[in-house]
Design a protein around this ligand. Sequence first.
Ligand SMILES: Cc1cc2nc3c(=O)[nH]c(=O)nc-3n(C[C@H](O)[C@H](O)[C@H](O)COP(=O)(O)OP(=O)(O)OC[C@H]3O[C@@H](n4cnc5c(N)ncnc54)[C@H](O)[C@@H]3O)c2cc1C
Length: 483
Amino acid sequence: MSKSVAIIGSGFSSLSAACYLAKEGFNVTVFEKNESLGGRASQFKENGYTFDMGPSWYWMPDVFERFFNDFGYKASDFYEIEKLNPAYSVFFEDSKIDIPDTLEDIYDTFENVEKGSAEALKEFIADAKSNYDVAIKDVVYRPGISPLELVTPKTIKKLGQFFGNISKDVRKKVKDPRLVSILEFPVLFLGAKPKDTPAFYNFMNYADFGLGTWQPKGGMHAVVQGMVKLATSLGVEFVVNANVEKIHIEDKITRGITVNNEYLKFDKVLSGADYHHTETLIGKEYKQYSEKFWDKKTFAPSSLLFYVGFDKKLKGVSHHNLFFDTDFEKHAYEIYDAPQWPTEPLFYANFTSITDPSTAPEGCENGFFLIPLAPGVKDTEELREKYFNKIITRFERITSQDISNNISFKKSFCVNDFKSRYNSYKGNAYGMANTLLQTAFLRPGLRSSKAKNLFFTGQLTVPGPGVPPALISGKLVAGLMID
Ligand SMILES: Cc1cc2nc3c(=O)[nH]c(=O)nc-3n(C[C@H](O)[C@H](O)[C@H](O)COP(=O)(O)OP(=O)(O)OC[C@H]3O[C@@H](n4cnc5c(N)ncnc54)[C@H](O)[C@@H]3O)c2cc1C
């Protein structure tokens, strides 16, 4: 008889696990508290604009490919992707650097900014590629159960890189502060300061420059739709508006869940909801981690987001744009060391309608603005508005155009929304950071050590934050459940 599994949440990790489990013959039902599937990668349409609510950078296409290959498909059987050129633009106070879509062109770009930097970058990227091959093709697919998983002939040779940090390494290679910022940018996806991120994680630079930035046709949500289609074809059932209120455990054995006041029996429960939240759904005696444990961890930032419709086309911007015209160190200090609203934040903006006109009405532009914030900071309408005005004024000055009178739609999303929509711990946007002490077996486990048949997946567990890691997390936990 096939075993029944309840999966809590429909983020990428849950969708991934659902597919692997269904393929092995489990009876899988996914319960999502919100009205739509995809977790942080939800999408909404308003006034003719289509907005991806969360992730927007499609990096590491090989990880997506590997996922679909596991089911005998290619990613292109479900959605199309296009390589962006420029991959992204980086704005500084008095200049802008476009990152092209090939390594050769990127080397030229660096050389034009700083003489000799192309050679240094070549060495840096060669090392980053070798780390990518070790990490993403192998080590990251291990379930974080034992420290020995990290010990391979290849990782032993790179041991020093686990104790050095990215920030130091980058500064050995380039001196121009703009190039330093560009090389430090990719590890921000891992949620911690470059100074606190092991040098080994430079594989993110290979993901950036070596593999490129891609855009799925229909946005990041097209990936969600592809995975839901695959899961449905394997027999997975989805229930939306289904808030899981309790996980039932009796005598250390997981028995089922309560959803919208109804008790449902299941053989196994897997939660892809935030780990901290999931532990509030079980009896105290089955919690593995205390409030103090969570409080001491380094969390990825929260964010202040704006989804904005402009009634005209914007000029001088790319699909992805980083505004690095202010002091990164100060902003990072205000996120990690002395949590508070940032004095002069760096911010990110994307305009998907530049490459995909279907995401905005004709002649209009679709804008998404993101300011990284310390998790848990006070969130009010006044503060949101203050920061919106701050970044729009800067945007207008730096890109030499007026946009504030061309806003035909605007919606914000911040700490309080992350908490209420996703049950996110302190309103974190993308989970628990990957620092040395929060890597692999040192992260909260995929399998409960206190209750049989209770499992966890997603960005607070192994391997970490981001869409590709979420796909891997789902595969890893499904492997443990199948075992
Ligand atoms: C603004 C933003 C930008 C990002 N940008 C990128 C990017 O460009 N590239 C990238 O790779 N990654 C990016 N990320 C990170 C990436 O989106 C996440 O790491 C990934 O989507 C997390 O997937 P998950 O499965 O861990 O969890 P989630 O997507 O958080 O899914 C968890 C789900 O559980 C549901 N849930 C919670 N509690 C319950 C309950 N009690 N009952 C039922 N359901 C429940 C939630 O509603 C949610 O749908 C970004 C994230 C954010 C927020």
